[in-house]
Design a protein around this ligand. Structure first.
Ligand SMILES: *[C@@H]1O[C@H](CO)[C@@H](O)[C@H](O)[C@H]1NC(C)=O
Ligand SMILES: *[C@@H]1O[C@H](CO)[C@@H](O)[C@H](O)[C@H]1NC(C)=O
Ligand SMILES: *[C@@H]1O[C@H](CO)[C@@H](O)[C@H](O)[C@H]1NC(C)=O
Ligand SMILES: *[C@@H]1O[C@H](CO)[C@@H](O)[C@H](O)[C@H]1NC(C)=O
Ligand SMILES: *[C@@H]1O[C@H](CO)[C@@H](O)[C@H](O)[C@H]1NC(C)=O
Ligand SMILES: *[C@@H]1O[C@H](CO)[C@@H](O)[C@H](O)[C@H]1NC(C)=O
Ligand SMILES: *[C@@H]1O[C@H](CO)[C@@H](O)[C@H](O)[C@H]1NC(C)=O
Ligand SMILES: *[C@@H]1O[C@H](CO)[C@@H](O)[C@H](O)[C@H]1NC(C)=O
Ligand SMILES: *[C@@H]1O[C@H](CO)[C@@H](O)[C@H](O)[C@H]1NC(C)=O
Ligand SMILES: *[C@@H]1O[C@H](CO)[C@@H](O)[C@H](O)[C@H]1NC(C)=O
Ligand SMILES: *[C@@H]1O[C@H](CO)[C@@H](O)[C@H](O)[C@H]1NC(C)=O
Length: 820
């Protein structure tokens, strides 16, 4: 919503705001920022949650006495005395009692734990039904009830858990069909209903999951055809439907699963031929299609699957020859074509598969000599049942004229075929590699998908503010670049080093849109005549230093130049004392919204990006401290802006120097409410480099955990929470889910995460002397991820003006407005 910068020709409005907006903001203040006191109250459990836990206890049988501590009045259930219970603000957020030998049933009163995020009771002996009341748990992220004795149906109500990420009910005795309402849990990334007794079709609605990475429905009694829309599961990495009664052919759409690594459709009733599209999924590592009735040829294009390590097509109706291109699959460890109807020879190219350790072409109609490399490496068990094959241990010696390859093999007696079902252990080994990938994800569900409403709220409020503003200035007979036009009628515009050139009139007539409110004033995005943008900060009245001191300080700030500091390009001093600061405009906005207010379908923020931001902030801060001898004093994620390439630019640098002492102590008080304030500031009242480092540590924790420092958990602030979780060796749980996906791809990343976490905790050490200097933080970060050291900074001084500054939070501003 663009609002015109001013109405009466080109003067700047600078009056305060209407009463309406104060009410709105106070309301937001109450909603958005929990008071410290509330967090402390959290030790006493809420009544409904206590009743829920007591009912759960009642229905459980605990032969080994793990729940002995669940006694007394229970008012202390949240303080750690009730095993497996974790709370936040008096509400149970996690109930974790795996491997405890628990029997009995799971009470339906579970539905009273309305803040529950994780329920983990796997590997017990629980029976009865899976309570439908779980569907009331709107915050539930992880439901782990696998390896129990639950019977009955998968409750359709589970679709009500809109935030559910992991649903694992495998290894129970659940029967009935898979409810299509599960598709309502749109955020699922892992769905495991394997090893049950489920029947009916795989609901087509399940293909609507946009984030699903793992789908395991193997070892059930599912029938019907695979949904033709299966290719819609774009994020899918693992698909296991083995040991069911699925018929029809493999849908063409499977080729759209561009992230698929493991495909297991073995032991079903699939027919048709191998779809060509299957060979375009280059990410595939394992294919298991054994025990079906798939016919046709093995296509030559199979060598497109460069990453393939396991290919098992055993016991199908494949005919034609083994393509020589199989020899190009250099990563192959396992190759099983046994029990088909393949003809021709074994291609010599297979000799080049150096890592092949399991090979089987038994019971086909192959002919001719076995390549020497293969006959030396594998026993006769790999070749038997091909009457015209020669030259392997136990066969005929190949004569120069091998018999023609046209005699049918003896039919394989059915009784000789291995039993249809794989046992659990075999299957576990087969999918073991993939399981590892996901193992890190299992325990990581307590992630706050908190929508940061502050941004939108602040722009709404801003609009009201602007509408209420009145013109008090006169037409700005502004000046040219760097010149003064003093006197009653005009203001003064001063340019600093940089690419911007505009006159005071240009600036004052620009169309402006409110980006938000910050501690020091309102920030606008102004569109210049040539279509370029600048960010303009209008300082609040009566907070700046006196005229002369202000000029001295602002001129010093105008000289501050560093790729990771937002550049002040100009300032305007209006005839009535209005003060405008002009900065580069940053299209990507601030780090807080980048982390906490992402659109649900936007890609996750990678570790590389986060690290780049952390290093950028550390560089900027180091420059500020060491080269400019300045303290920031208000470093928060809302003051970190991002350029097009996600490079960090610290905003509001040195602005405290423009402000009166009274205004600055307000800032310190406000920063405290947001959790970025070092503890000693409550006594000190004056920021220094060590309090900046504390704020930097908070920003690093924010990057690692995806949590905002305003959030509290179990009544602990973010550093305390992280420290407590690390002590309990839940380390993986502290990291942002997006990062855990990243970390799952390599143990190196995992190590980097932990090192960075330690460094961040060092920065937020309660004792200021223990905290490192910005330079040490920078050096350690560069050691943790050396690639960043070279790639991070982008030079910007010659850049055009389309970069930067922005909104910060409204809450602190509201506070001071209210007290004015
Ligand atoms: C509850 O159980 C704990 C652990 O067994 C024990 O130390 C405590 O005394 C019990 N409290 C009551 C009130 O029974
Ligand atoms: C799933 O969503 C549909 C349509 O939005 C709704 O009618 C249905 O009640 C939902 N089911 C559950 C279990 O929430
Ligand atoms: C599949 O269904 C059949 C009959 O309906 C039953 O005998 C069999 O035990 C079921 N399989 C599993 C794995 O439950
Ligand atoms: C599986 O479910 C079918 C009915 O759907 C039932 O007949 C069969 O006994 C069940 N098998 C097991 C092992 O529970
Ligand atoms: C694969 O995805 C493309 C693009 O979304 C779509 O047009 C095509 O129909 C899909 N192919 C199949 C076989 O589903
Ligand atoms: C193949 O595997 C390598 C390493 O294992 C990986 O880096 C690469 O991305 C994979 N290729 C595809 C297409 O997934
Ligand atoms: C794949 O294998 C075929 C036959 O062995 C060979 O001619 C071809 O050059 C190979 N292609 C690549 C890319 O290695
Ligand atoms: C074969 O295995 C070795 C040892 O595991 C490995 O280093 C090598 O990269 C593998 N070769 C291929 C082509 O995958
Ligand atoms: C194998 O192929 C031959 C001819 O190509 C055909 O006559 C025979 O029926 C096939 N056998 C099976 C078991 O499919
Ligand atoms: C190859 O497959 C056949 C039939 O499935 C089996 O009898 C034989 O033991 C297998 N050989 C090896 C080496 O696994
Ligand atoms: C060939 O078979 C004989 C007996 O079956 C065995 O002793 C010998 O080790 C085998 N040789 C190779 C190379 O497998």
């Amino acid at each position: 919503m663009g609002v015109v910068w001013n109405s009466n020709r080109c003067s700047v409005g600078s009056r305060g705001s209407g009463g309406g907006f104060i009410v709105l903001s106070l309301l937001l203040l109450l909603l958005l920022v929990p008071a410290r006191g509330q967090a402390l109250d959290g030790v006493v459990i809420a009544q409904a949650d206590l009743q829920g836990l007591q009912a759960i206890r009642q229905a459980l049988v605990d032969p080994r006495g793990f729940l002995r501590g669940w006694n007394g009045t229970g008012l202390d259930a949240c303080s750690g005395s009730w095993a497996g219970v974790k709370c936040a603000r008096g509400k149970v957020i996690a109930l974790q009692l795996p491997f405890k030998g628990l029997a009995g049933a799971l009470s339906d009163k579970l539905g009273q734990l309305t803040a529950l995020r994780k329920l983990s009771l796997h590997d017990n002996a629980l029976g009865g039904q899976v309570p439908a009341s779980i569907g009331f748990l709107r915050d539930l992220r992880g439901l782990y009830l696998f390896n129990n004795r639950f019977a009955g149906a998968v409750p359709a109500a589970l679709g009500g858990c809109a935030l559910l990420q992991t649903l694992d009910l495998s290894g129970n005795s659940l029967s009935g069909t898979i409810p299509s309402s599960l598709a309502n849990a749109t955020r699922l990334y892992r769905l495991n209903l394997a090893y049950n007794n489920l029947s009916g079709p795989v609901p087509a609605s399940l293909t609507s999951f946009r984030f699903l990475e793992s789908l395991r429905l193997n070892n059930n009694n599912l029938s019907g055809e695979l949904p033709s829309t299966i290719g819609d599961l774009r994020m899918l990495r693992e698909l296991s439907l083995s040991n069911n009664l699925i018929s029809g052919s493999i849908p063409d759409g499977i080729g759209n699963l561009s992230s698929l690594q493991s495909l297991d459709l073995s032991d079903n009733l699939l027919g048709g031929t191998l779809p060509v599209s299957l060979f375009s999924i280059v990410s595939l590592v394992e294919i298991k299609l054994d025990g079906n009735a798939i016919g046709g040829h093995i296509p030559e294009a199979i060598d497109g699957l460069k990453n393939l390590t396991k290919l098992s097509l055993r016991r199908n109706d494949l005919d034609g020859e083994i393509p020589a291109t199989v020899g190009n699959l250099t990563r192959l460890l396992l190759l099983d074509f046994s029990e088909n109807n393949l003809t021709g020879g074994i291609p010599e190219s297979l000799s080049s598969l150096a890592n092949l350790s399991s090979f089987n072409v038994s019971y086909n109609r192959l002919s001719g000599p076995v390549p020497v490399v293969l006959s030396n490496k594998f026993s006769s068990n790999s070749f038997v049942g091909n009457l015209q094959l020669c030259g392997f241990n136990g066969s005929d010696i190949c004569t120069s004229a091998s018999p023609p390859a046209n005699m049918a093999p003896p039919p394989l007696p059915l009784s000789e075929r291995p039993t249809r079902r794989l046992n659990k252990k075999e299957l576990a080994i087969a999918v073991g590699g993939i399981s590892l990938l996901f193992a890190l994800l299992f325990c990581c569900v307590l992630i706050f998908w908190r929508k940061d409403k502050k941004e939108s709220a602040s722009s709404k409020k801003g609009a009201k503010d602007a509408a209420a503003a009145k013109d008090v200035g006169k037409p700005g007979a502004g000046s040219g670049k760097g010149s003064d036009a003093g006197g009653d009628g005009g203001g003064k515009l001063v340019h600093f080093d940089g690419p911007l050139s505009f006159t005071a009139d240009d600036l004052l007539c620009a169309t402006a849109e409110i980006l938000g409110k910050s501690t020091y004033g309102t920030v606008y995005k102004a569109t210049m005549e040539d279509g370029s943008y600048v960010a303009v900060k209008r300082l609040r009245e009566k907070i700046a230093k006196s005229h002369k001191e202000f000029e001295t300080e602002v001129n010093a700030l105008g000289k501050l130049r560093h790729p990771n500091l937002l550049s002040l390009r100009a300032y305007y001093h209006g005839p009535k004392g209005e003060k405008l600061l002009v900065f580069d405009f940053m299209t990507k906005g601030n780090l807080a919204s980048f982390l906490h207010a992402r659109a649900p379908d936007s890609p996750p923020v990678s570790w590389q990006t986060r690290m780049n931001i952390a290093v950028g902030v550390a560089r900027g801060l180091h420059h500020l401290h060491a080269d400019a001898s300045m303290v920031h004093g208000n470093l928060t994620s809302t003051n970190i802006l991002l350029d097009e390439d996600n490079n960090a630019k610290i905003a509001d640098c040195g602005l405290s120097r423009l402000m009166s002492a009274a205004a600055n102590s307000n800032v310190i008080a406000a920063a405290g409410a947001l959790g970025y304030r070092a503890p000693e500031l409550s006594k000190l009242k004056k920021a220094n480099t060590k309090t900046d480092i504390y704020s930097l540590g908070m920003i690093m924790l924010e990057l690692l955990t995806g949590k905002s420092p305003g959030d509290s958990t179990n009544g602990l602030d973010l550093p305390q929470w992280v420290a407590s979780v690390v002590e309990e060796e839940w380390t993986n749980e502290v990291f942002d889910l997006d990062l855990m996906k990243d970390a799952a791809t390599g143990s190196e990343t995992g190590e980097e995460l932990v090192k960075t976490l330690k460094l961040a905790l060092h920065c937020v050490d309660p004792s200021p002397v223990a905290r490192p200097e910005a330079q040490q933080v920078l050096r350690q970060l560069e050691q943790i991820k050396p690639s960043i050291a070279v790639s991070a900074s982008s030079s910007f001084t010659g850049e055009p003006s389309h970069t930067t500054a922005t909104a910060t939070t409204i809450t602190d501003d509201t506070k001071s407005t209210a007290t004015e």
